[in-house]
Structure formats: structure tokens, C-alpha cells
Design a protein. Structure first.
Length: 198
């Protein structure tokens, strides 16, 4: 949460040196390097380090990606784009959780390495993005914000952080819960994917 809250400050501070697209490339590259650590070191700290760096990088990246997604879009067009985005990333996450099941018993650390590889692939699509997100016209925003949005915003300001807290607390416990339920290691990540989709 701290990473997401500081993302805009980091982007503004570095904007005179780098375009937003370049910042995305740097974040993806740093995450890829952190995810490559299991190739060179074999110790528990490697998983913690890779996970911590990847978590911070993802938290910085998410608001930037969303700014590309919604900039210049308003009303139904913006909501449609957000809806398709949420469907696509959730399907991708669930798909990866299913795909990594065969690796979990003997090659779990290679899942982290594969994540780094996917981040490198993501860098390859950046040339199709603008150097910076489009302009988000404030006046047009006001046209598409009905009075009921104020109550929705208050609700979201409570529910969204709470969902991250619950997810952040429950996710690390999930492997232990599944082991206590005697779920075979092969089925643990697919079951997690089903829980995440739900």
C-alpha cells in the first residue's frame, strides 16, 4: 500500500529525467533482476528479497498502468476499459497459478525466475505505448461524476484498503491452511487461483 501511495511522488520527482514509459521499463527491469536471484543464490533470504522487491515494484507500477488505462477516457468508455482490464489481469493471474502447479514440488523458486522473464517480455511491448499517459481533462471528469459517486468513494476508501489488508494477511497463511487440510502440493496453487477469482 505504501508503494502505491508513493508512486505518483516518485513519478513526479523523476519526470524531468525519465518519461513515464521509461520509468515503467526501469521498474520492470528491477523486478526482473530481483526475480533472477534464485538462479545465483540458494537461501531463504532470496525468496524474501525477490518477493519484497517485486511487491514494491508492482505497487509502484499499478497506478502508472492505470493512468495509461484511463487517461483521456470518461464515463462509460472509462468504466468499460477498467472492466476489461480487471478481467484480463485476473484471468492472467489465475492462469499463471494453474500453470505453476507442476513446478511447485521440486522447482518452486523457478516460478519466481519465470515471473522475472515475463517482466522482461512486458518491456518488449512498451514501444507501442506513448512516452507519457494521455491528458485527463478535469472538466470532462466532472461531467461524468454523478452525486452518488461521493458515497461510493467513501465506501471504496474503506473497502479497498481493507481488501488489501485481508488479502495481505490471508495469502501468506494459505499454504499452511492448505497443508493442514492435506491438499496435495500440485493442487494448492489451482485452489488458490479459484479463491482469487471468487
Amino acid at each position: 500500500m505504501i508503494g502505491a501511495m508513493t508512486s505518483s511522488r516518485v513519478v513526479r520527482a523523476l519526470h524531468s529525467l525519465l518519461s513515464t514509459r521509461s520509468m515503467v521499463a526501469v521498474i520492470l527491469l528491477v523486478e526482473s533482476i530481483a526475480c533472477s536471484l534464485p538462479l545465483f543464490f540458494h537461501a531463504p533470504w532470496v525468496i524474501w528479497c525477490a518477493g519484497g522487491v517485486a511487491g514494491i515494484c508492482s505497487a509502484w507500477l499499478w497506478p502508472i498502468v492505470e493512468s495509461y488505462l484511463v487517461a483521456g477516457r470518461h464515463g462509460p468508455d472509462m468504466r468499460r476499459a477498467i472492466g476489461w482490464w480487471n478481467l484480463s489481469w485476473m484471468i492472467a493471474v489465475a492462469g499463471v497459478m494453474f500453470a505453476m502447479a507442476p513446478m511447485m514440488e521440486r522447482h518452486a523458486s523457478m516460478v519466481i525466475v519465470a515471473l522475472g522473464g515475463m517482466n522482461l517480455l512486458a518491456i518488449c511491448v512498451l514501444p507501442w505505448y506513448g512516452k507519457n499517459p494521455g491528458v485527463h481533462e478535469v472538466e470532462k471528469v466532472r461531467e461524468h461524476v454523478p452525486p452518488s459517486y461521493k458515497k461510493l468513494l467513501r465506501g471504496v476508501r474503506v473497502l479497498l484498503p481493507m481488501s488489501y489488508v485481508i488479502n495481505g494477511v490471508f495469502t501468506p497463511l494459505l499454504p499452511y491452511v492448505l497443508m493442514n487440510l492435506a491438499v496435495d502440493i500440485f493442487w494448492q496453487t489451482p485452489l488458490t487461483a479459484i479463491w482469487m477469482v471468487a
